[in-house]
Structure formats: C-alpha cells, structure tokens
Design a protein around this ligand. Sequence first.
Ligand SMILES: Nc1ncnc2c1ncn2[C@@H]1O[C@H](COP(=O)(O)OP(=O)(O)O)[C@@H](O)[C@H]1O
Ligand SMILES: [Mg+2]
Length: 322
Amino acid sequence: MTGSLTSVLNNLQIQLESIIVGQKSLLERLVIATLAGGHVLLEGPPGLAKTTAVHALAAGVDADYHRIQFTPDLMPSDLTGSEIYQPENGRFTFNPGPVFNQIVLADELNRAPPKVQSALLEAMAEQQVSVGNHSHTLPEFFMVLATQNPLEQFGTYPLPEALLDRFLFKCLMDYPEIEEEIEISRRARQDDKGHLEAAVVAQMKPEDILALRKQVNEVHVEPGIESYAVRLVAATRNLENHHQSWAGLVKTGASPRGSIALLRAAMSRALFHQRDYVIPEDIIELAGDVLRHRMILDFSAEAEGVSADDMIQHLLNVIEAP
Ligand SMILES: Nc1ncnc2c1ncn2[C@@H]1O[C@H](COP(=O)(O)OP(=O)(O)O)[C@@H](O)[C@H]1O
Ligand SMILES: [Mg+2]
C-alpha cells in the first residue's frame, strides 16, 4: 500500500480529533465506513456533536455535503427533487434534490413518514432515485449518515428492517466524561460563531476515497477469520444453541448481508490501521456496530432486560476466535 494514502487517512483522523473532543471510536467508524462505502446510523441524544462530526468528515474529504432535517411533513420530492414543467418547450426537466450530494446527513430520520424513508432506502440501496418514470443516478461517492434520538418516541416512525439492514454501522453515542465536557466548552468559547468544523482542512478528494476502496478490496482475509465472522453472524439466528435460556428472544437474526458487512468493515479497519490483512480484533471490535441493528428482538427480550449488545457480547465470549 502506498505510504501517502495511509498518511492521508491518519491526517484525516487527526483533523477530526482536533474538532471533536473524545468520541474516538465514533470518528474511527466514520472513516472506516467511508473506506468501506457504507452508510452509518448514529443514535444518541441531541448535543453530542453528531452534526459537527459529519460536517467535519465532509470537509475533511472535500465532499459536497447537505444536511436534511427529517420532519413528519417532509415529502419524498423534498429529498429526491422533482420534474418541473417548462412552459416554453412543453417539456419536463429534472430539478435534483438534496440527496444528490456526496455526503448526506439525514437528521432525525425516524421523524419522517415511511414514503420518505423508502425514497432514502432506494438511494442507499440502488444509488439512484426514481422520480416520475425516470431514474437518476447518484454520485459515485455517496454516503448517508443518519441520526436518531432513542428517547424520542412520540410522532416517530421506527425504521423498517430493510432500511436498517442498509446501514453498515449503527453507532451508539453516549455523554462525554466531565474532563471532556470541560474541553468541549473551552473549544466552544474559542469558537465565536459555533462552526468549529469550518476549521477543517481538506485532506483528500472524494476520488482518493474511491482509490482507497480499491485497496480495501486487496486486503487479505484468512479462511479461519472469514469463517469466524460468518459463524458469529449466523449465531445471531440460532442464539439458543449458544445460550439455552435466551431461546425465542430474537425474532430475526442478521442476514448474509450482515456477514458481508462485517468482513467488508473489517477489511477497511485493517487498511485504516495500515495492515493488508484482517486480524480477529478487527472482527471483534466491529461486531457490535455491524450487528446490533440487524437483530430484531422479540418483546420478551426487553421484558427480560437482554439487549442485542448483551447477545453479541455473549457470542463474542463463547465463539472462539481463530
Ligand atoms: N465531543 C465534542 N467535541 C466538540 N464539540 C462538541 C462535542 N460534543 C458537543 N459539542 C458541541 O456541542 C454543540 C452541539 O453539537 P451538534 O453537533 O449540533 O450536536 P448534535 O448534532 O449531536 O445534536 C456544538 O457546539 C458542538 O461543537
Ligand atoms: Mg444535530
């Protein structure tokens, strides 16, 4: 692998860390997802620098960026754009919407009704949008970062399985430590306009990311590691074989798309850490973020106080790594 590209990745991480206090694993996940060509769902309460982090990432890779605030009255065309009638020649021309950007922040995605969520699903799954009778192709570098607030239930539309499955990672964000929060307020005081991310210097072009993705494809995965990843994912579908009293707690486990995602993410993490081979730690580190949203739990799981994260942790404990 060329030294320059990996040092560029390192510089990108340093730039992001100069803006965001703490949240190191989140920043790493954002860069890994960029390398993997994946979309990311960020879950956490407001005020934890989700918008700031995504904006900083877009600035760091010099990508066109747009933030879309999802609301109950949003229409699919507010996302995709629409055909506009031209009275001069009697034709329709397409006026592209905000989804035609390289990095799209879908803020509070679960506040938009299902039709709007489906339009975003098509964009994420097919890299195109359909308007009227035409489909329009999205940019080659296209990444959706969506947020949702776990505490907000009223007037929200839970994301359907098919949409969840399209996110490479679902990252859970938590409040900063006291020391970190002191540093956050210090930085905010120095920053008079409250736009810290404006200070980010672009470290690369979107085309460089596309070149790095080719390098991700070259990362070597040993058969033992491949099988470890797939056994972990498959175990989410037959949890009772690994924990008898948890039988029936999972309605649907992760699909093969989960295996593909876990391996792809692990290869990207390897490249991020300047390796051309995957190690078990890549799989172990990423399993939670790749799998938690792909497991649909029965209500009895909540009643028993067992979360998807507990289940994944248990599988990591009992399924032996190579
Ligand atoms: N970890 C952090 N590092 C730097 N700034 C932070 C951090 N957490 C919160 N902030 C600051 O708090 C404010 C809220 O951030 P914002 O990105 O709008 O949050 P969110 O999108 O999660 O609601 C911003 O001024 C941001 O700079
Ligand atoms: Mg925000």
